[in-house]
Design a protein around this ligand. Structure first.
Ligand code: MTE
Ligand code: LUZ
Ligand code: MOS
Length: 826
């Protein structure tokens, strides 16, 4: 007999309503109001700077910009095969579609046909070979969906109708594709040389170090040898890839582009056109989501729109539809792991060797730094005294995979979490106990495999606090008792930690610039190198500037990111947006304040050091003047009222060959406790409750940060449980290329109890107002959901068998694991 669950928990829609009702309690409005009255502009919850526009449909995205007269529209003709040799290209029928103005191929690119972000191995349009008669007679097709030609037409519909003729236009000899990363690995087919990172306590290097790790493995009291598969993930930004290119005077190009990396788009467009960077302007006011998918992969569309605009001297817009976006662009790398671990009776990991094989796809893209981050997160929160890691970026005939929130960090850390979970089951221990004995120490056992010392560890206190607040131990006992009486429904529980390194693992990307203008009327305009993709970066930067100048929020506006305002910017990525651009904007605002101070001091008859800029006034004791009044006076006195600012993260070092150094300025921590119920007859499951405690240092904006944590949690849960990518086993077509076949979580997948709290603490490093980056780290929190499902599946076999559960844990995967567990336990 099954015990009943509270039916309210299983009611559709109820979860979302409960979540909303329960949400406000986690911010203390009274304390924030007091802080704001006292002049604080950071550490207080402000709505997103565009929230009022978002909800009214009045926040323009690129497709909403008024089109210039004469605007043309582009659509792409895609490779119909996963691998092939081009034998001919017959574009007559494509050109004949009414409304078509031009059809462009690689031969129409005046500069370099390449949009690779690090390695120059990625053609914008497929490389074609032309014979002596000028006809196409060769070329390589690398994946099904690769852009081969671009149709430019008077309407988007005409362009799309013509581009759809690609299958007939492209003649090719199909070649056998390599579709699986394990197959590519077996053939030694990679986009970059394999990476190896070994750390041993023995005084040994190179091969001897590897031998030492293997000796430690052999000597361990227990051994676990296992494999794991973890799927990829589509970014599914709501606004798809889009670029709008406008020819400007004297060969100039202006580009509106939905991109996390305007500077890289500027460079790549300049290369494609054979121009210097100063002729190319890239602008991005906001993205309807990026999630890493617009860090490098906005490039081909930017380049094609720009090439067409330059050639035709007409504005050209290229907006992908969702299916093409899926078929053309890459996403999170799926990973395969071979894991070998030695451990003791307490569950301490004594030694481990792991091979990680990622699906890079047809080109390198960001696969190298993604793999580096995966290797640098295999430790997660744990001390691994003896460890050998191997990273292989497998070259397959599929889309080129790229950045996605966490950037390899989640893929690295989930492997060791799977190990912790399995060790606990094998030893009959609580998984949390095994995790705890492996945590990095505070003053010893605190060196990462890549030799950075973990000097800001808060995981012990954080996990203790969450275990207490979530009632972990009592619920573990209650669930065990409940499961004993429930043969069909099984509940599961897991509490998992997160440690995530903050900084780009490419050192020189850790820099930013900003420009702050104070106008004579006292209003303030801010530009910085970061991009807004919904994460609230502009809101936070505006808060930093308002705080620095002591003014009301309403005075400060942040406008579009523009390569003509701040040059040589980094991608808004690696969660560093507010760390870098916040510091740069603070630097600019501080300079303006320091120029204003002597004038204010003279007017008020005090020393500049006595001045306080707060609450829209400049005060010294009882004397004060309004900020706007001071600015007006400063203008008349010919004081410079605008400034640039710059920041470079201090203390970083990284050796790309040895994979050693200090790649991260600091670590962000967190933990989550999740409870699920699984129906063992259907494999369906539901998240009943999630408790989260996450470390953002001293939050710049608690409401925005909690939103980031909630969003990342649900997004990560989607990755691990429902989002499944399926390529056709023979044709290599991505079959799950639309929301009809690719299932992302919705508001109704929020658990009815979703208690997200911010850990009270501050960054030990001198980050912007001692805050910590929040964008990516919480994506690892829903590991707890995956391991709660694994726990529930395990319960179906009396916890005697390690469930062979891979991710995503779809209902089918859960049923397969249940079958194995029940067979093994019988
Ligand atoms: N939040 C929203 N709403 N939309 C996004 O596209 N991207 C995430 C995260 N949060 C994203 C988001 C990713 S992948 C990163 S790296 C960070 O935001 C980037 O912004 P930040 O550095 O300013 O936090
Ligand atoms: N490194 C990193 C990178 O840690 N995160 C990133 O997003 C990134 N992007 C490009 C290159 N290195
Ligand atoms: Mo985020 S994956 O670093 O854009």
């Amino acid at each position: 007999m099954n015990k009943p669950l509270d039916p309210a928990l299983l009611q559709p829609g109820q979860a979302f309503a409960d979540w909303q009702a329960n949400r406000a309690s986690r911010i203390d409005p009274a304390a924030e109001a007091t802080a704001q009255d006292a002049g604080r502009r950071v550490g207080v919850s402000r709505p997103h700077e565009s929230a009022h526009l978002h909800v009214a449909g009045a926040a323009p995205y690129i497709d909403d910009l008024p089109e210039l007269a004469g605007t043309l529209h582009a659509a792409l003709g895609l490779s119909p095969v996963a691998h092939g040799r081009v034998t001919g290209l017959d574009l007559a029928a494509v050109r004949a579609v009414p409304g078509v103005v031009a059809v462009l191929t690689a031969a129409d690119i005046p500069g370099v046909n390449d949009c690779g972000s690090i390695v120059h191995d990625e053609p914008i349009l497929a490389e074609l070979v032309t014979g002596p008669d000028g006809a196409v007679c060769g070329g390589e097709l690398r994946y099904l969906g690769q852009p081969v030609f671009a149709v430019i037409a008077r309407s988007r519909e005409a362009a799309r109708r013509a581009a759809a003729l690609a299958k007939q236009a492209i003649r090719c000899e199909p070649l056998p594709p390599v579709l699986s990363p394990r197959e590519a690995h077996a053939r030694g087919q990679y986009v970059l040389p394999p990476m190896h990172l070994t750390r041993t306590q023995a005084p040994a290097d190179g091969e001897a170090a590897l031998a030492a790790v293997r000796a430690a493995l052999a000597a361990a009291p227990h051994r676990l040898t296992t494999a794991l598969e973890v799927g990829g993930q589509e970014q599914f930004y709501l606004e798809g890839q889009i670029s709008y290119a406008i020819p400007r005077e004297d060969r100039g190009i202006q580009l509106h582009c939905s991109t996390q990396h305007p500077t890289e788009m500027q460079h790549l467009v300049a290369h494609a056109l054979g121009l210097a960077s100063h002729r190319v302007q890239v602008e991005c006011r906001r993205m309807g989501g990026g999630f890493g998918g617009k860090e490098s992969q906005s490039a081909p569309f930017a380049c094609i729109a720009a090439v067409a605009a330059a050639k035709l001297q007409r504005p050209v817009k290229l907006r992908l539809d969702r299916d093409d976006d899926f078929l053309i662009t890459g996403r999170r790398h799926c990973f395969s792991y071979d894991i070998d671990v030695g451990y003791d009776d307490e569950g301490r990991v004594l030694a481990s060797e792991v091979s990680m094989i990622s699906r890079a796809g047809h080109s390198a893209d960001l696969s190298a730094p993604v793999m580096t981050r995966a290797l640098c997160h295999y430790d997660n929160a744990y001390w691994l005294p003896e460890v050998a890691m191997h990273g292989y970026c497998a070259k397959t005939n599929t889309q080129s995979n790229t950045a996605f929130r966490g950037f390899g960090g989640p893929q690295g850390a989930i492997a060791i979490e799977n190990v912790m979970d399995s060790i606990a089951r094998r030893l009959g221990k609580d998984p949390l106990e095994v995790r705890r004995v492996n945590f990095y120490g505070r003053t010893e056992r605190n060196v990462t495999p890549y030799t950075q010392v973990v000097s800001d560890n808060v995981i012990h206190g954080l996990v203790d606090e969450l275990a207490a607040s979530s009632g972990y131990a009592a619920r573990r006992a209650e669930i065990a008792a409940w499961n004993a009486d429930s043969p069909v429904l099984k509940r599961g529980l897991a509490l998992t930690p997160v440690k995530f390194g903050i900084s780009f693992n490419v050192k020189h990307f850790n820099q930013a610039g900003a420009l702050v203008h104070v106008y004579a009327d006292g209003s303030i305009l801010v530009n910085h190198g970061g991009t807004e993709m919904g994460q609230g970066l502009n809101t936070k930067v505006a808060q930093v500037v308002a705080h620095e100048l002591g003014v009301d929020f309403g005075r400060v506006r942040v406008t579009a990111t523009d390569t003509q305002k701040v040059a040589n910017t980094s991608a808004t990525a690696a969660s560093t947006g507010s760390d870098l651009n916040g510091k740069a904007a603070q630097d600019a605002a501080r300079q303006i304040r320091e120029r204003l101070a002597p004038l204010a001091a003279a007017r008020l008859g005090v020393e500049p050091s006595a001045l306080v800029f707060a609450n829209d006034r400049v005060q010294a004791g009882t004397a004060s003047m309004g900020f706007a009044e001071l600015v007006a006076a400063a203008y008349v006195e010919r004081i410079q009222l605008w400034s640039d600012g710059f920041y470079a993260t201090p203390g970083l070092s990284w050796n790309r060959e040895t994979l050693r150094g200090r790649p991260f300025y600091y670590f962000a921590y967190g933990a989550a406790c999740s409870e699920v119920v699984v129906d063992t007859l259907t494999g369906e499951w539901k998240l009943l409750r999630a408790d989260v405690l996450h470390d953002v240092g001293r939050s710049l904006n608690p409401a925005v940060d909690i939103g980031q944590v909630e969003g990342a949690f649900i997004q990560g849960m989607g990755w691990l449980t429902m989002e499944e990518l399926v390529w056709h086993p023979t044709t290599g077509k991505l079959m799950t290329h639309a929301p009809s076949t690719y299932k992302i979580p919705t508001a109704n997948d929020c658990p009815p109890v979703f208690d997200v709290r911010l850990f009270q603490g501050e960054n030990v490093e001198d980050s912007i107002h001692r805050s910590k980056a929040v964008g990516e780290p919480p994506l690892l929190l829903p590991f707890s959901v995956f391991f709660a499902i694994r726990d529930a599946v395990s319960a179906a076999g009396g916890h005697r068998v390690d469930p062979p559960l891979s991710a995503p844990a779809t209902s089918e995967a859960i049923l397969r694991a249940l079958t194995a567990v029940q067979a093994g336990a019988a």
